[in-house]
Design a protein around this ligand. Structure first.
Ligand code: SF4
Length: 320
């Protein structure tokens, strides 16, 4: 039941939030789907979680009756659940964007259009300390302030400082040659280098100036370092790929020991005219991912950090 309900919610993408004020449950993000939007909430039911952007006109509604208790109404059905408090960005994690601007201009991304700045390391350390002991992991992501090599060096400094918290650290940045080895040497537990597109042609169209081959090389080099189940790559569903192309991409990654995180498109950046994929597309792709993971001996339930541990935005085999 949950998988179908979550697929419908992900397809709608947003929720109208009514009832008592729920400010303490609202996450406002500078990364991930909805970056720069009016915030989102994490609806949780029976140990499952979905992140929902707040959108006044949504056909789905969450009514807050206080203390995080909510009633979800969708398609004439009602479900009781709770709102989870975000740590930073998502529940149970300090998921921090180091640099909230970027020199690249990927077509689906809002970050280049947002005013950005780089957090200093003391600020990041204070942010993590402020959500202890309510987190199980630290996750770091970043745009690129000046160049990718410099961004990695700064990220390594951040990782070194945060090591004293003794929590697993996940890092998602744009890799350059040697990035996996250096992150591993600094004590990072998991990496996520995002391929974003199912095919090379779409990558060229959507991510001008970035190297798909470089990302695949970094992912492949990461598997023996971080271990199977700890190397991830987000792939956006809804950029114009066919189901066959998406399933082929999933297979190619799983064979290499890399776990794809299939992310339904949130139309943004210059793609505001695009549609979110509907539940009728999300569910078979989810089934294909489950099958590919199983055949290749991969298990997303072992994730410690970042999106596969959060599960808010995607259907995650082993957790949903
Ligand atoms: S799944 Fe990833 S992008 Fe979505 S809320 Fe969780 S951590 Fe953020």
């Amino acid at each position: 039941m949950w998988t179908g309900l979550k697929a419908r919610l992900l397809a709608i993408g947003g929720i109208s939030l009514t009832g008592l004020p729920a400010d303490e449950y609202i996450a406002r993000s500078r990364a991930g789907p909805g970056a720069g939007g009016s915030g989102s909430v994490f609806f949780s039911m029976d140990g499952h979680r979905v992140r929902l952007g707040i959108s006044e006109g949504s056909p789905a509604r969450l009514h807050h009756s206080g203390l995080g208790k909510v009633l979800l109404s969708i398609d004439g059905e009602e479900y009781s659940g709770v709102l989870e408090k975000p740590g930073f960005h998502c529940p149970r994690q300090a998921y921090i964007t180091i640099t909230s601007s970027c020199i690249f201009d990927c077509r689906y991304c809002n970050v280049p259009r947002l005013p950005g700045y780089r957090k200093d390391i003391d600020e990041i350390e204070r942010m993590v300390a402020s959500v202890l002991p309510d987190i199980d992991a630290i996750s770091l992501t970043s745009g690129i302030l000046t160049d990718a090599g410099e961004e990695e060096q700064y990220t390594l400094e951040v990782v070194k400082r945060l090591g004293s918290f003794n929590l697993p650290i996940g890092v998602s940045i744009y890799p350059v040659p040697g990035t996996p080895e250096r992150l591993h040497g600094a004590g990072v537990a998991e990496v996520k280098f995002n391929l974003e597109t199912a095919t090379p042609a779409l990558f060229e169209e959507m991510c001008p100036g970035l190297s798909r081959t470089g990302i695949i090389d970094a992912l492949s080099a990461s598997v023996p370092l971080f271990g199977r189940d700890h190397v991830y790559s987000n792939i956006i569903l809804g950029l114009g790929e066919t189901d066959g192309e998406m399933l082929e991409c999933i297979e190619e990654l799983c064979i290499r020991g890399i776990i794809p995180v299939i992310r339904p498109l949130t139309p943004g950046g210059t793609l505001t005219g695009f549609q979110r994929p509907d539940a009728g597309r999300l569910l078979p792709i989810h089934a294909g991912l489950m099958d590919a993971l199983e055949r290749n001996g991969l298990n997303m339930a072992n994730a410690l950090t970042m999106c596969p541990a959060c599960t808010g935005c995607d259907l995650i085999p082993g957790r949903d």
